[in-house]
Write a protein that binds this ligand. Structure first.
Ligand SMILES: NC(=O)c1ccc[n+]([C@@H]2O[C@H](COP(=O)([O-])OP(=O)(O)OC[C@H]3O[C@@H](n4cnc5c(N)ncnc54)[C@H](OP(=O)(O)O)[C@@H]3O)[C@@H](O)[C@H]2O)c1
Length: 301
C-alpha cells in the first residue's frame, strides 16, 4: 500500500516531528506541519542544519482554539504528535472531514504511572485512557482508519527531557544520584525510530485499528542507562547512592521551576521499577526494528 499523498502533522515542533517531516517528504508526501510555534522559532530550536523545515509547509495554529481551522482541510492523513486528549474532540467536530487515516501518540505511561499517587500523573493516565478510547470511538463513527503508538522514553534529537536532563545534571554536578542500586529496567526509543514507524504504518493495512507499544531495541538497567550518558557526555562515571526521600526532595525543589513542574517524588520511586514493553506486534505488522540505545546529549547545532 503506498503512503498517502498528503499528510498533516500536528505537534510538528516535537522531537518526533524533527525527524518525521523529512521522512514523509522523502516518501513522496505533500506535508503540512502544524505547530503553535512560528516556523522560525522551531528552526531556531532545531538547529541550522535541520532539514525538516524545507520539507513541509508550516502553519502556526493552536489545536485547542476551535475557531482556528486553518490547518484542517484537504489532507488524507493526520499524524498527531501532541497530547492524545485533543484528538477525539477534533475528529468529532467534523473540522478534519477529508481525513481518512490517523496516527496518534499515547504513551506507555498509561501503564507505568497507573499506580501513581501524584494528582498530575493520575490526570495524565486518565487523559491517556480517555484519549485512546476516544480515538477508537471517533474514528469508528467517521469511518477513519486509526493507529495508536505508545512509545517508551523518547530521546535522540537532543530535545528531550529525559536523557538531556540527566546529561545536564552530570555536566553541572559531575555526579548523578541513584536511588537504590538502579536495577529497574528501561527501554528508551530513538525519536527517529518512531518517525520511521509512522511512515511504515501508513503503508501497512494490518496496522489499522490497532495500538502498539513502541519500545527501543535494547533493554538496560537505569544504572547502565545513566553510565552510558556519562560516557556520551565525556565524564568519568560517579553514581551516588541516595535514599528515595532525598531524590524526592530534590525533584520537589526542581518542580518549583516552571520548566520542571511535572517533576515529583514518584519519579524517584520508579527508578527501581521495570519499564519494558514488547514490540513484537509492530515488528510483525510493519517491520519495526528499533536500534540499541545510543544517548544523544547535545542540542541540535
Ligand atoms: N517524550 C517522551 O519520552 C514520551 C514518551 C511517551 C510518549 N510520548 C508522546 O509521544 C508524542 C511525541 O513525543 P515528543 O517527545 O516528540 O513530543 P514533544 O517534543 O514533547 O512535543 C509535543 C508536541 O505537542 C504539542 N503540544 C503540546 N501541547 C499542545 C496543545 N495544547 N495543543 C497543540 N499542540 C500541543 C507541541 O506542539 P507545538 O509544536 O505546538 O509546541 C509539541 O510539539 C507526544 O504525544 C508525547 O506525549 C512522549
Amino acid at each position: 500500500m503506498p503512503v498517502p499523498a498528503s499528510v498533516v502533522v500536528t505537534g510538528a515542533a516535537s522531537q518526533v516531528g524533527f525527524f518525521l517531516l523529512q521522512r514523509l517528504a522523502e516518501a513522496g508526501c505533500r506535508v503540512v506541519a502544524v505547530s503553535r510555534r512560528p516556523q522560525a522559532q522551531a528552526v531556531a530550536s532545531f538547529g541550522e542544519r535541520w532539514p525538516g523545515g524545507g520539507a513541509a509547509r508550516w502553519i502556526q495554529a493552536d489545536l485547542e482554539q476551535p475557531a482556528d481551522d486553518s490547518w484542517t482541510g484537504g489532507y488524507e492523513c493526520w499524524i498527531h504528535l501532541g497530547p492524545l486528549r485533543l484528538v477525539p474532540a477534533l475528529l468529532e467536530s467534523g473540522r478534519a472531514s477529508s481525513i481518512r487515516r490517523v496516527i496518534a501518540f499515547g504513551s506507555t505511561s498509561r501503564f507505568t504511572k497507573a499506580r501513581s499517587t501524584h494528582p498530575r500523573e493520575q490526570r495524565l493516565v486518565a487523559d491517556l485512557e480517555a484519549g485512546e478510547a476516544g480515538l477508537a470511538r471517533s474514528c469508528a463513527a467517521a469511518g477513519i482508519g486509526w493507529t495508536l503508538f505508545r512509545p517508551t522514553l523518547i530521546q535522540g534529537a537532543g530535545l528531550d527531557r529525559n536523557v538531556m536532563v540527566i546529561a545536564a545534571a552530570i555536566r553541572r554536578f559531575r555526579l548523578f544520584p541513584l536511588v537504590g542500586d538502579g536495577t529497574g529496567l528501561r527501554q528508551p526509543v530513538h525519536a527517529d525510530e518512531l518517525a520511521a514507524a509512522c511512515v511504515s504504518a501508513l503503508a501497512s493495512p494490518a496496522s489499522e485499528g490497532r495500538a502498539y507499544n513502541l519500545s527501543g531495541g535494547e533493554v538496560l538497567s537505569y544504572r547502565e542507562m545513566v553510565l552510558r550518558i556519562f560516557r556520551a557526555v565525556g565524564r568519568p562515571p560517579r553514581l551516588v547512592p541516595v535514599p528515595v526521600a532525598a531524590v524526592g526532595l530534590a525533584l520537589w525543589c526542581l518542580s518549583r521551576l516552571p520548566r520542571y513542574r511535572d517533576f515529583n517524588i514518584e519519579m524517584a520511586r520508579r527508578m527501581a521499577e521495570d519499564m519494558v514493553f514488547d514490540h513484537g506486534d509492530a515488528l510483525r505488522d510493519f517491520g519495526y526494528r528499533p536500534r540499541s540505545f545510543e544517548p544523544v546529549v547535545e542540542r541540535p547545532a
